[in-house]
Design a binder for this molecule. Structure first.
Ligand SMILES: *Cc1c(COP(=O)(O)O)cnc(C)c1O
Length: 390
């Protein structure tokens, strides 16, 4: 390795955007139609096709997608919804939008996903739904989760913000449970800047989502978005302003066309990281499982802290000194002030999540990463390990 490769500044994320995206958005600007219209509907059709889902409904974010999905299955005041504590706050926050209570569940240390056993422990007579999160892109134990849900007549809404594209037992994430929510946020595996999608096999849910994402306006009024146009519309419900627009959809269509290619690039990076790090006793690399595939949205490295003279935070600072920006996913929700204040959670309540959080860090992994950047990340991690091992 030449010393030149060690002087780069490697950001935690860089979106895979090029002239094609610029041209697609420019075309929409020139067309004069900026809001939800033909491009958005085309994006929905293509996305459903790609996933293999019957329906795809485009929305302004994954947060909106989760909110609408919970609304569609009828979650409301007095209900409880099971959510892993290791997730982004959006997963739990949407439960509170509907006056329901998020009940935090501990994780499986192997996958860092919701633990089906702890899920059963946290159920009460008020439990109405479960939101499994496919952390880092690794699919949850959906078979176990769906069995428990069926026994207890609970709804399952998947938070697939990380899981495009991921597969579980031969099925794409987005085709498995009643409703699945995707994110097209700036740092996710497909981006429209901000955006989201809900997939479902249930036509009634699809209709409800389509009405509620745009002010509760009746579906028939969608004629307004076609050439025949109509001034008439009916407001059926007090809905939300959660639609995607054609600028975003145009970006999404280009990104979708290269989704597999971007996925392969991340997979190659993950394989290089794993082959470099798996022999280091100080490090634990992400698990791979034969019955599922991950999108590699995140590459989470875990430290064997007892073999190091530094903690995780210092490890991240040491990486920064070597030009590598790392991050942490996620600070467990039960450690956050709002969930402690409103639901009396305290440190120690979900011990597995807490322990894994203390020793986790996420490395840069994105399709436009250059070879010398990947090499430098490997060098930096190895160098920090050898400088600080006991
Ligand atoms: C990013 C993220 C969300 C929220 O997605 P938005 O599109 O920004 O609303 C939800 N859940 C998880 C696990 C996420 O990482």
């Amino acid at each position: 390795m030449t010393t030149k490769t060690l002087n780069l500044q490697i950001p935690f994320h860089r979106a895979d955007l090029g002239e094609e995206e610029v041209n697609a958005v420019s075309e929409v600007i020139r067309s004069g139609w900026l809001t939800m219209g033909a491009k958005t509907f085309e994006f929905e059709r293509r996305f459903a096709e790609y996933i293999g889902a019957s329906h795809a409904v485009a929305v302004s974010s994954c947060t909106a997608a989760l909110h609408l999905a919970l609304e569609a299955v009828g979650v409301g005041r007095g209900d409880e919804v099971l959510v892993p504590t290791t997730t982004f706050t959006a997963t739990a926050e949407v439960v509170t939008y509907l006056g329901a209570r998020p009940v935090l569940v501990d994780i499986d240390p192997r996958t860092l996903n919701i633990d089906p056993l702890d899920m059963e422990r946290k159920m009460t007579g008020h439990t109405k739904a479960i939101i499994p999160v496919h952390f880092a892109g690794m699919p949850c134990d959906m078979k176990e989760i769906l069995e428990i849900a069926a026994q207890r007549k609970l709804h399952v809404i998947e938070d697939a913000a990380h899981a495009l594209p991921s597969e579980y037992q031969g099925k794409r994430i987005g085709t498995i449970s009643e409703l699945t929510a995707f994110s097209f946020y700036a740092t996710k595996t497909l981006t429209t800047g901000e955006g989201g999608m809900i997939t479902t096999e249930n036509e009634e849910y699809a209709r409800r989502l389509q009405v509620m994402r745009l002010h509760g306006i009746g579906r028939d009024a969608w004629k307004r978005y076609s050439a025949e146009g109509s001034w008439f519309y009916e407001v059926l419900e007090a809905g939300f302003k959660y639609n995607l627009n054609d600028l975003q959809a145009a970006l999404g269509l280009v990104q979708l066309a290269k989704c597999d290619e971007m996925n392969l690039a991340r997979e190659r990076i993950a394989k290089r990281y794993t082959s470099a790090f798996q022999s280091l006793e100080t490090l634990e690399v992400p698990v791979t499982l034969s019955d599922r595939s991950t999108s590699w949205h995140l590459y989470v490295l875990r430290l064997h802290l007892e073999q190091l003279r530094i903690d995780r935070s210092k490890f991240i600072r040491e990486l920064a000194d070597r030009g590598v920006s790392a991050s942490v996913h996620f600070i467990p929700l039960h450690l956050q002030p709002v969930y402690q204040r409103n639901y009396q959670y305290k440190p120690g309540d979900l011990p597995v999540a807490e322990r894994e959080y203390q020793r986790s860090l996420s490395l840069p992994i994105y399709s436009p990463m250059r070879d010398e950047e990947i090499e430098q990340v490997i060098w930096a991690v190895s160098d920090v390990v050898s400088s600080w091992s006991r």
